[in-house]
Design a protein around this ligand. Structure first.
Ligand code: FES
Ligand SMILES: [Fe+2]
Length: 393
């Protein structure tokens, strides 16, 4: 690498740290190059995706013994599996013999053991090597050939993996968040609804920032989300670099049957809460659904986006109109993120001020600053109830 290149890389990291650690009053868009630069992506991959709690799937999707989800995270083949003892484990999905991926990517159910398709080494549902066929005079030490296991935590059925050798405390990370969810009974959300898997030509930070903020609803989702959750009724509830809860008032346009079922539901249920857990999860919580979007990076310019929901209803309850609405606003988000990304390789312009409705983006930037640069971040911030219900009314 030339000295000049190294210097410009160093300059970019200095700018990244400076911008990401700013509080709301000084916050601006991150330097565009942080969304395209492979060096920045390599840093984020190691400091964040290999070292942080990353949302993968839901317990509700793995309800039966033997259910598994095999997936790739920053180049690692992994699987979450429900064993005979009913416990969920996160295991490496790579054979300890000569490196063959074991389970095919996606959801499935394991009826017997995990058997490698290459030479038939077999592992049990806890990742212990049980059999290595036809090894001749050679003894394979089974103890030394188990599948590595990783930290896995559940929060209301949402499963988070952490690939670090010594993972940070999940409980500490989530401290205080449940205080804001007391009106919602997530324990009744026992069914999983699987949405779409999409590939976006967009950096992962653009995709997750877009999922978090409600500032763009009136423009990007003028005919889809704006009539249901108008931008002007969006508000910031509480948060910090660790998690953020924003909210929105719902315009009640649900069909007559659903209204009949719910009766006169409390005022709180006329609001949705948007829960942002960087780096990979944003969920929209209502009275009867928790719909989520997951963003995982593939490289600096590509992301894998998956959507889904948990709710008290069996899949199929959703009417055709709502399914179409979801597909439509997803397409709008994909188009805008890809459009923004297409402009980020230029060097003659730069981003500007973040506004009040983007406070959640500022929280996310501070998450990046703390994880990438160990920067100090702002204290927990919350909107007082009196501010919340007098503002804009
Ligand atoms: S690579 Fe798996 S058994 Fe040989
Ligand atoms: Fe959107």
């Amino acid at each position: 690498m030339s000295d000049n290149h190294e210097k410009s890389n160093q300059d970019l990291l200095v700018q990244y740290q400076h911008t990401a650690s700013a509080g709301i009053d000084d916050a601006v868009c991150l330097p565009f190059a942080t969304y395209t630069d492979p060096g920045v992506y390599a840093l984020e991959k190691d400091a964040i995706f290999r070292n942080e709690w990353v949302f993968i799937c839901t317990e509700q999707e793995l309800s039966a013994t033997g259910d598994y989800f095999a997936f790739e995270l920053v180049g690692e083949k992994l699987a979450i599996l429900r064993g005979k003892d009913k416990s969920l484990r996160a295991l490496s999905n790579i054979c300890r013999h000569r490196g063959t991926p074991l389970l095919n990517d996606g959801f499935g159910n394991l009826s017997t053991s995990i058997v490698c398709p290459y030479h038939g080494w077999a592992y049990d549902d806890e990742g212990s090597l049980k059999a290595a066929p036809m090894t001749g005079n050679i003894t394979v030490d089974k103890e030394r050939h188990c599948l590595p296991q990783f930290a896995l935590e559940s929060w209301h059925g949402l499963l988070f993996i952490n690939l670090a050798d010594d993972p940070s405390s999940f409980a500490e990370r989530m401290q205080g968040i449940d205080d804001y969810l007391v009106n919602f009974d997530l324990s009744t959300f026992t069914y999983a609804h699987q949405g779409e898997v999409e590939y976006w030509e967009s950096n992962w930070k653009l995709a997750i920032e877009n999922a978090m903020e409600s500032y763009h609803l009136f423009k990007v989702h003028k005919n889809t989300l704006e009539p249901v959750t108008p931008t002007k009724n969006a508000y910031y509830l509480a948060g910090s670099s660790e998690w953020t809860i924003t909210g929105g008032e719902l315009v009640d346009n649900s069909n007559k049957f659903m209204k009949f079922l719910r009766g006169n539901y409390p005022e709180a249920y006329k609001h949705c809460l948007i829960i942002s857990l960087p780096p990979s999860f944003v969920g929209v919580l209502t009275y009867d659904s928790f719909s989520w979007i997951q963003v995982l990076p593939l490289d600096a310019g590509h992301s894998r986006i998956r959507s889904g929901a948990i709710s008290p209803y069996k899949p199929g309850y959703e009417d055709k109109k709502s399914a179409q609405l979801t597909a439509d606003f997803f397409a709008e988000d994909k188009a805008i993120c890809e459009r923004v990304h297409s402009g980020m390789s230029g060097t003659l312009s730069q981003g500007g001020k973040l506004v009040e409705l983007e406070r959640v983006v500022v929280d996310f930037h501070q998450f990046l600053a703390s994880r990438l640069f160990d920067s100090p971040v702002d204290d927990f911030f919350f909107t007082s109830m009196s501010d919340l219900f007098t503002k804009g009314s």
